[in-house]
Design a protein around this ligand. Structure first.
Ligand SMILES: NC(=O)c1ccc[n+]([C@@H]2O[C@H](COP(=O)([O-])OP(=O)(O)OC[C@H]3O[C@@H](n4cnc5c(N)ncnc54)[C@H](OP(=O)(O)O)[C@@H]3O)[C@@H](O)[C@H]2O)c1
Length: 296
């Protein structure tokens, strides 16, 4: 396949599922990483077809040089107060380099009046991309199933998980379906001018999820709904900082009032496959992680 794609955030969770798929289909992949050692690991995983470019999101010259000759850029930045600034450098470098398609990983509810700062920053980026003059495709996924991996320690030690989303149901999505969608866009292009909000196949509350996890483990699992302030304390306790603590508290409030309680067919619209169920995620990823020996 005579197609070249640069992907940023290449050593991250989502990109990890995208790059091998693009390489397998013969796409020439440039992986933009900030850590050379992580780049080497990526290269080893993909065997061939990945060129590693080491640089910071804010290194405009490095990005512009790397983007020369690219058919598309898959723009991924992590959640942080710097995200819109970082993504802007990617977008503007793509404009200068004449890239023909920007594929952006945004987030559910990106809007100027989003309930979280993460959503507001994503909207700034999405708006800049829409105004860039480059054909674009933007994905706005719902809450990732893989976020539940944060609960593995308490699921192991207490058979319980603690979240601040009350009884709110959400159209939770497997990150592998987001990666499959981005990979498909990277490989085949198309879907220009589209913004896809994406969900999984079921809208579930944390109580529903606990039941499904319990069935897979063969023992009861309890969901303890905690106040949002406790969510903030936990995030600070993990050393993830005040901005992230606020964002997680704001997401908790929004999801608790049913903000994420909807479903759509926007995974299948891109991948031609139905999205993975929560039970499949539990069987293939969460339960094996819970069953691993606890490291002390
Ligand atoms: N979690 C959810 O439920 C959810 C739902 C919808 C949308 N999203 C969106 O998904 C995106 C996150 O994707 P992800 O999980 O793949 O992110 P991630 O795992 O945090 O990966 C971020 C990547 O960016 C790299 N990076 C960080 N700072 C950098 C810098 N200054 N210069 C160059 N590279 C840098 C990291 O490199 P290192 O490996 O070296 O750190 C890593 O490769 C966010 O935009 C989020 O809003 C998340």
């Amino acid at each position: 396949m005579d197609r070249n794609v640069l992907i940023t955030g290449a050593s991250g969770n989502v990109a990890g599922g995208i790059i091998p798929q693009m390489v397998k289909k013969g796409v020439g992949v440039k992986a933009y990483v900030r850590d050379a050692a992580k780049g080497e690991k990526l290269k080893a995983k993909c065997v061939k077809g990945v060129e590693i470019v080491v640089g910071d999101f804010l290194d405009a010259a490095k990005l512009e040089a790397a983007l020369q000759g690219m058919d598309a850029v898959i723009s991924i930045t992590p959640p942080s107060p710097e995200a819109a600034k970082q993504a802007s450098v990617i977008t503007q470098a793509a404009v200068r380099a004449g890239v023909r398609h920007i594929i952006r990983l945004s987030a559910i509810g990106a809007s100027p009046d989003a309930p979280t700062d993460n959503g507001k920053l994503h909207y700034q980026t999405d708006a800049e991309i829409m105004e860039s003059g480059i054909p674009y495709t933007i994905l706005r996924p719902n809450f990732f199933m893989q976020n539940l991996l944060m609960s593995v320690p308490t699921l192991q030690s207490q058979g319980a998980m603690y979240w601040g989303m009350g009884e709110g149901a959400m159209g939770i999505i497997d990150v592998r379906d987001v990666a499959d969608s981005l990979a498909s866009l990277g490989i085949y292009g198309g879907h220009h001018g589209q913004i896809y909000v994406q969900t999984g196949p079921e809208s579930l509350s944390f109580a529903d999820m606990a039941e499904i996890i319990g069935e897979a483990l063969g023992k009861p699992v309890k969901y303890n709904a905690i106040p949002v302030e406790a969510v903030g304390e936990a995030i600070r306790g993990f050393g993830m900082g005040e901005w992230f603590a606020q964002v997680m508290m704001d997401y908790s409030r929004a999801y608790a009032r049913g903000w994420g309680d909807f479903l759509n067919g926007n995974v299948e619209a891109i991948t031609d496959k139905p999205p993975r169920s929560f039970a499949q995620f539990v069987k293939e990823i969460l339960a094996p992680a819970i069953k691993q020996p606890v490291l002390v």
